[in-house]
Design a protein around this ligand. Structure first.
Ligand code: FE2
Ligand code: FE2
Length: 248
């Protein structure tokens, strides 16, 4: 049985040091083998926010698979957004290409869904490129017969009833490709809520780990249990009384 921690939307620059220490304590007490980070590490893609994120990740002292979120490229500075969107991300030592984490009989494939510009006005919505879709069969072949998950910031499925949020470009095509490739679940953040949405592949949503913008939910993280059976998920939620754990 493998235990992983799945964190997302840390948004360094928004939260408190107290929340950061509480998160670290709870996460390390669970002793995960590795940590998945679903993007939005920062509030405004500032160098000092990336530095704080990097310090936090280093304190985990575990292998980390990380993908960027829409907050991790410049927003107000359009010149930087278009000419060097990943400069601060790369300077912090974070990976600029889609990566993988292979652990036991499982493989988690990272997919960078952040886009600098979109056809509609919501530039935060992200997308999956044709090139990324075309590269997936080879990436899956590389991890062999292992069971597969995908980690990307933007959910490919949204909860029923959610309005006013765009799904990433080519979300439906990506879901078809991932289903054909036997990917069991897509792990995402962005919406700042903890949820599981059934489907092939299913969609798993992590809450924000540290941002006060909890969208009516709680700050927290997900503990994933990977064994021979179905994917096990426990949401660890920060409440006034301390950490509350519930099975998703
Ligand atoms: Fe976010
Ligand atoms: Fe986001």
């Amino acid at each position: 049985m493998i235990r992983l921690a799945f964190l997302s939307d840390l948004h360094f620059g928004e939260g408190t040091l107290k929340a950061e220490e509480a998160l670290l304590d709870d996460l390390l007490a669970a002793d995960p083998s590795a940590v998945l980070v679903g993007g939005d590490l920062t509030r405004r893609a500032r160098a000092r926010e990336f530095a704080a994120a990097q310090r936090f990740l280093a304190r985990l002292e575990r292998p980390v698979l990380v993908v960027p979120g829409n907050h991790d490229i410049p927003r107000g500075d359009l010149w930087a957004r278009f000419t060097s969107p990943r400069a601060a991300w790369a300077e912090a030592g974070l990976p600029v290409a889609d990566g993988e984490l292979v652990i036991g009989n499982w493989a988690i494939l990272g997919l960078d869904t952040v886009r600098r510009i979109q056809r509609h006005l919501d530039w935060s919505a992200g997308g999956v490129s044709r090139a990324q879709l075309a590269s997936l069969p080879a990436r899956v072949a590389m991890v062999g017969e292992r069971r597969r998950l995908v980690l990307c910031h933007h959910p490919l499925r949204h909860p029923a009833g959610l309005t006013g949020r765009q799904r990433p470009r080519r979300a439906d095509t990506a879901l078809e490709v991932l289903a054909q490739l036997g990917v069991e679940a897509v792990l995402s953040g962005h919406l700042h809520i903890a949820a599981r949405i059934a489907g092939k592949p299913e969609q798993v949503l992590a809450p924000t780990a540290l941002s006060p913008r909890t969208k009516g939910s709680h700050m927290g993280w997900l503990k994933l249990t990977l064994g021979d059976g179905p994917l096990g998920i426990e949401a660890h939620e920060a409440t006034e009384e301390g950490w509350r754990v519930r099975t998703l």
